[in-house]
Design a protein. Structure first.
Length: 356
């Protein structure tokens, strides 16, 4: 029997299925400046959405930190114990000076934000099934598997969200991961290597980290991109393969890893997609999910240039303007098979009544 978790408690129905906590942001003594990223990007996304009056603080779902018991659904105890060593965390986050900090500081300032984002992804998984869609403004730690972290990923939030759904939500037995971060998502690939319930599509720069040949065996649709791939070719490939993946298998949930490190000029991604291209990409994925009425969970993953937060916010605003995400739609459960069946049954009942 699954353990009791606070991550699956229902948030107020007035909330958008957008999950965030101020605890997502990593800020301490300028250390975050040693990594090529904006460690406050998650808060900036929320601020842009507030400025545009899309959301307010009391309308977003407050993420909660994943507990050890939650994490043990996927992670080994041995792996979680390793994170009690600062040098291990320094290696995983690629911030070398972290090795010299006392571990209680590392837990509070580095791992707690990552555990809270992980809790957010697990919460958003259930919200997506209940409401038809959900966005975790953080998460997407796709290089972490049950027993190994890396590439700034200390917890396997994508694997966790899917395993939680399989264990706790009736009617969810098949999942599709659409991983469009610039890097190969070797963490979830290793975790679901022999699991036929999970279909993985992954589009990435073939020449960069992690180059995990073993993990590639888990990818059902592999889209290996060349250095400097630009919008036209990229969007055409995304469109073709997302459609192909969803036509091949209709899952009960899509987990969409929407990394923005495909952006032109990203120091790690090596691709050349414009801000407009990223907005269009997210639109392509949401259109494919919504038209098939498959619940979709989006996580923001990699991409840490200074302009990244604005692009993520613009993409969310665009999805809203197109009616692909909508609070009313969300609250009424459109795209939720259970709710739709109830509506159909009710409609059938009414038709029968009028015929009698």
């Amino acid at each position: 029997r699954p353990h009791r978790t606070e991550l699956y408690e229902d948030p107020p129905s007035a909330c958008w299925p957008i999950v965030y906590s101020p605890d997502y942001n990593i800020t301490f003594v300028g250390l975050e400046k040693l990594h090529p990223f904006d460690a406050g990007k998650w808060g900036k996304v929320i601020n842009f959405l507030k400025e545009e009056k899309l959301i307010a603080d009391d309308l977003i779902v407050q993420a909660r930190e994943a507990t050890d018991e939650d994490l043990l659904v996927v992670h080994t105890r041995r792996y979680l114990n390793k994170l009690k060593w600062s040098f291990v965390v320094a290696t995983i986050t690629e911030i070398p000076p972290v090795a010299f900090l006392p571990n209680f500081v590392v837990q509070r300032k580095v791992l707690k934000p990552l555990r809270t984002q992980t809790g957010g992804t697990i919460m958003a998984g259930k919200l997506a099934v209940d409401r038809g869609w959900a966005i975790n403004v953080g998460g997407g730690f796709h290089h972490c598997s049950s027993d190994k972290g890396g590439g700034f990923c200390a917890y396997a939030d994508i694997t966790l969200a899917i395993k939680f759904l399989f264990e706790r939500v009736q009617g969810v037995s098949k999942a599709t991961i659409i991983d469009l971060d610039a890097h190969q998502g070797n963490g979830h690939e290793r975790d679901f290597m022999d699991d036929h319930r999970v279909y993985i599509m992954d589009a990435y720069n073939r020449y960069i980290y992690p180059g995990d040949g073993f993990a590639k065996r888990a990818i059902k649709r592999k889209v290996e991109l060349e250095w400097g791939t630009e919008d036209t070719e990229y969007l055409q490939k995304v469109h073709t393969h997302v459609e192909g993946a969803l036509n091949e298998l209709k899952p009960d949930i899509i987990v969409y890893n929407a990394g923005t490190d495909i952006l032109d000029g990203d120091p790690l991604g090596g691709l050349a997609i414009s801000p407009q291209g990223i907005v269009k990409r997210d639109e392509v994925v949401f259109k494919a999910a919504r038209s098939r009425r498959i619940p979709i969970l989006m996580v923001t993953s990699g991409g840490y240039q200074k302009r990244t937060a604005r692009i993520i916010a613009d993409s969310i605003l665009n999805l809203h303007n197109l009616g692909l995400i909508d609070k009313e739609l969300a609250a009424s459960g459109a795209g939720n098979p259970k709710v739709e069946q109830m509506i159909r049954d009710a409609a059938k009942g009414l038709t029968n009544l009028s015929l009698q």
